[in-house]
Design a protein around this ligand. Sequence first.
Ligand code: ATP
Ligand code: MG
Length: 750
Amino acid sequence: MSALISELNPEQLEAVTLPHQSALVLAGAGSGKTRVLTTRIAYLIQSGQVSPHGILAVTFTNKAAKEMLVRIASMLPIDTRGMWVGTFHGLCNRMLRAHHQDAGLPQAFQILDSADQLAVIKRLLKALGADDEKFPPRQVQWFINNAKEEGLRASQVETYDDFARKMVEFYRFYEQQCNKEGVVDFAELLLRSYELLTRNEHLREHYRGRFDHVLVDEFQDTNRLQYKWLKLLAGNRAAVFAVGDDDQSIYAFRGANTGNMKDFEKDFRISKIIKLEQNYRSHGNILDAANTLIRNNSGRLGKNLWTSEGHGEPIRVYNAPTDFDEASFIVEEVKSLRAEGVVLSQIALLYRSNAQSRVLEHALFNASLPYRVYGGMRFFERQEIKHALAYLRLIANPEDDNALLRIINFPVRGIGMRSVEQLQDEAGRQGGSLWAAMGHKYRGDAAFGPNSGDKAQVRLESKPWLDKPKKGVEGFVALIESMRQVCEKLPLPEVVEHMLEHSRLAAYYRAEREGADRLENLNELINAATSFVHEAEDDSLTAFLSHASLEAGEHQAGGGQEALQLMTVHSAKGLEFHSVFLSGLEEGLFPHDNSRNEVGGVEEERRLMYVAVTRARRRLYLSFAQSRMLHGQTRYNIPSRFLHEIPDSLLKWLQPVQKVAIRNEDWGTGRKGSGRVIHEPGHGVPARPADIRDSAASQWRIGQNVTHARFGAGVIVNCEGHGADSRVEVRFGRTGTKWLLLEYAKLTPA
Ligand code: ATP
Ligand code: MG
């Protein structure tokens, strides 16, 4: 026991050893909140006050949950698998799986991630004939999620005008569609679990009796529904131990609510708020910078951090002529840090927006520095992985329309758009799934037997509207059914392997000229399944699919090796590194353009900046570029106001490197000059093939020949952006190179 608590300071010790009562620890970055929370769990178990079974702990990311379990396991010789430690989504998923019938869900219900959800909404709007200029799918998505996070069903949303009434109508159709397909989105996990506990007294009492201690990390970022869920679950008996920092509240835009802290004090009769003020993470200069910066915000609960460590090194500031120069500066510094003995995984490159990572990635790639990108494009969101998951989803539940649409003709099997539309019409008429419309009234596992392929044929023959694509559809149905049969008997990793071969996905990418990366990712999926089977209590295919929807992308190719850590500031929350590079400190980028017109927007950006600065233990680099190419345009920005808010005495300005860091050979068509390269549209950085990784851009690859109605024949030489922002650079024979927005360009493969 003493080993557990011997290093704690008196305030930390008090928090760890509090008796069975609710408590709020309110403290700044790096003061040991997470450590206190983890140690308290170990302490409670070791001192016999609670069994692992009686603990529920909520963390913000899966990564944090995993780390927490590892830390507890290292402190205590117990099996942590029975403990409920996870994110809100993860825990709700666990509850809904256990009580799917009470929750009105099929056993193998699937989880839609945000992109899947958008796809369902788009499909729905199209089917309803909605004008997508008036009702942009993203706005509908936002409306639905917002309502759910407020705890409201379509029937409960109040409307005051036609527009809102229309939105509610879409919400209602969306609800019906999801119920029909047996799928739930992220917000639904929480709402349904909340409704389940509200409605079902028996279950509510069961969980209230079970969880003696409920512990919540990053409490400042819980939204309203999450708070209500916690309150419902805790009842009057459980002790809720919440730790948080109002200065690090960075999800207000998503409904997180520091008002929850005030309510918490009241609802849980908190008599004393524990404050921790000693920072164990950063050297003095870094801490001073963070403290001074955040003082510019109003309405803080107020606290200051101090450290017993020295001032340490000054904060290094670099003024780069261009974003490319900024990237090569970072590369050089990383190399010298490494030469000083700092391991790469202890170095983080942070940025405000995902779009900034591309230039950094390119420079790192050229310098052969291994790196790993967190967030952004998550492993499970890559195109090839999505295809593979769609097959797995169909194996788990063939009535998943979303999955079916994704791969019904991928790899190509002669089922064209027209046939798919006919199928959709037929499904609409029957009011069932696409699978059912194919002539297969799927009735659970019993529905398919050794002869189901034959049955399929018989039924298909009686569908005149399917005559033409019959062969393709027949083949597809038989393929999925045979996979379902074979996979019943195989362990999960072999299911994945079998699927990859028999779907011909592996063969497809093997044959692709630039498919090596994608193939590697597909192999990584087998590895992910293998480690899932080792780690998870429930190693079923359904459990694996939920994991894929919920997990934050820890399984990445190359993830095992020592690598630089690249991520947005949002995803760096709670983490720490020896050295941190924060790039793109420009007005418009950080603080972000969007924030400037919103009430409290800049203050939220400042809290984000506070989070970024406090990730660094020993060394912090801040940099900005005078010109930057983003979304195919060169922007000229002034340095961020946040830079000016840090006292000059803490900063050391570095001189721009004089050498020509960027040469034509390195950067494609960048203009040669005095070390300053202006990148204009049409003079972008050549993207690596792996950069085309989202679905909008998925059918295009670098090197592909294309035709444009006005510009004629050309070849794709570059690409960037995601989703609706996806662009390609095409070199046309007649007119030279042009950047084109894929959404509008109407390119056709030549
Ligand atoms: P954040 O707000 O960024 O999430 P935090 O308050 O959760 O920060 P921790 O991550 O728990 O802070 O702790 C920061 C660092 O300080 C960790 O490396 C932790 O191990 C260390 N630390 C915390 N308390 C002590 C202590 N009493 N003695 C030594 N190191 C400590
Ligand atoms: Mg923490």
